[in-house]
Design a protein around this ligand. Sequence first.
Ligand code: NAP
Length: 336
Amino acid sequence: MTEDLGIGVIGTGMIGQDHIRRIADVLSGARVTAVADIDRTRAEEVAAKRGAKVYDDAGALIAAPEVDAVLVCSWGPAHIEAVLPGLEAGKPLFVEKPLAVSQDDCLKIIDAELTLGKRLIQVGYMRRYDAAYAALKKTIDSGAIGAPLMYHAAHRNARVPADLYTDDMAVADTMVHDIDVARFLLDDEVARIRVIAGKKNSIGGRLRDPILGVMEMAGGAVVTVEVSVNIQYGYDIRGEVSGETGTAELAEANRVVLKSGDSFCGRVPADWRERFIEAYDKELQDFINTAKGGTVSGPSAWDGYAIQVVSDAGIKAASSGEIVACEMVKKPALYT
Ligand code: NAP
């Protein structure tokens, strides 16, 4: 396809609007031709700015002739109702995380993709496109630190909305990014998870905050993930892999270290949008480039399923205090 890819966006909330902005103003090779949102007024406002058509539901948007590929940016429980018809129509789909909100629904999606016999889904786990994580992965794969033995991560948010954020979200919405990164960096699946509540941060009110996820990978490597969501000072993402002969650590995200007087300092990003803005650009540009050829790359429906299994086990582990096994179906050859 030489002309621009026509993209239909389902869900015009925060991330939907942000992706529409990047397609229109930052990326190349695509334009937003259609939008749908359960809130029609919101969809109409967004469409008017971009010259896109408005559809009442996911099915109508997917069937539209000006839609070559689809972005699913509605809230998680609504993803399945867009993804299955999208696959049926044979259109490439970029699905914001989570792929779906239950393992059964993830497996239905995998079955539908297997029936097609090719990948059409890219899931929005964007950290794999971040330059620092990509460099960390390259370092591990080069053998520079020997066999990786442990991955230590921290995900710290300045604050979360007290009335909306729940204990389960600390695993299902926040820790999932590091679950994906651990699988990506170590090239392995999570076998077991335990979640420990730390000494409570009084700023978090009723929330169990911070928590520590401890995971054992199938090959024996150990992963620890601190999730702190009221750390106040900024959005601080850390990751370090220790191997048999060395360690490799994500560099600080700021580009300038200011030295003045007798001290040095750098900026801590305000939030995930600032920290990962380039990764979001890259993941979507990759989607556009591959969708034009009728396929996709990047995080797959299998990744979406495997992360859902670990997330469900993590939520169980957090409430029971037990170590919970992450039991997965056999990985189909399409995803190996
Ligand atoms: P949001 O602001 O609430 O936007 C979701 C939008 O989808 C809202 O406009 C919502 O309408 C609409 N919607 C709900 N059900 C729908 C349906 N059946 N059909 C069409 N539209 C529907 O949420 P958000 O923060 O943008 O998050 C959207 C998705 O992106 C979530 O899955 C979230 O986990 C993911 N996300 C990923 C990242 C990342 O780092 N990759 C970051 C942020 C969000 P109402 O408001 O009327 O319900």
